[in-house]
Design a protein around this ligand. Sequence first.
Ligand SMILES: C[S@@+](CC[C@H](N)C(=O)[O-])C[C@H]1O[C@@H](n2cnc3c(N)ncnc32)[C@H](O)[C@@H]1O
Length: 243
Amino acid sequence: MSYLTQNDLSKEDINRLIGSQAYRQSTHPDHNRLQTLVRDWFVKEYDKATPNTPWVNLGDCLLVGEGNLSFARSLTDKPKTGVTGMVASTYETGNAVSDEASKNAKHLKQKGIAVLYGIDARKLEQKLKGIKFDTIIFQFPNVGSRDPKYGHNPNHILLRGFLKSAASYLKPDGRILVTTVNSPHYEGAFQVTEAAEFAGYKQPVSYSFDPDDFTGYVHTNTNDDDSALDNHAKFITWEFRLS
Ligand SMILES: C[S@@+](CC[C@H](N)C(=O)[O-])C[C@H]1O[C@@H](n2cnc3c(N)ncnc32)[C@H](O)[C@@H]1O
């Protein structure tokens, strides 16, 4: 017994340990060691069951507002994302996308992935019919303008419209992932919790996002090929599920 580490232990071993005198009696010389062993085993099991990232078990995915399509491409190359199918889309029409987007589209299509152009995330019903997804992803939504719409920040309107439209495209227990810069300014612009409530979702769960985890992902701005990410250090992915 003294050679065992928590890595060696099965669930049956743990049950046996919990039933042992050493575990139960605080006066037993092995009591503290076993208590620690069992506690650490459960912590490890819990971590396995609830990985602290939303980028697993993605299933059938729809990506909108993909710009140069490099995030879609990086997801398909990244191990352990659990992607089972993908539709990747850009807001720009086919003849307006960048050379980089065309190159990535070619790569995605070779893998059997559908690439759609001219998809408005606020009006998915215009182009998508009879299809549902496990995960719908919008990385760094941005309309590229600061002009208020209906008296609100235009990005707040974009997020609300997207969440509302995407709700009809989720499979049961499906989820939406939206990544933004993590700063009070962006939080104020998107008003994420209000948008969730408006569109019929539970309060979103947030995870920190590191672009470097996605090899080949080259974020680009809405109006040029630069990246606003260069000016920020912290990013956040919001996970939405329907109420
Ligand atoms: C900051 S860029 C991010 C691009 C890409 N997702 C990335 O992470 O590199 C914002 C993107 O949102 C897209 N966008 C703006 N309005 C949109 C809309 N109504 N529907 C879908 N995409 C939209 C733009 O075309 C642009 O590609």
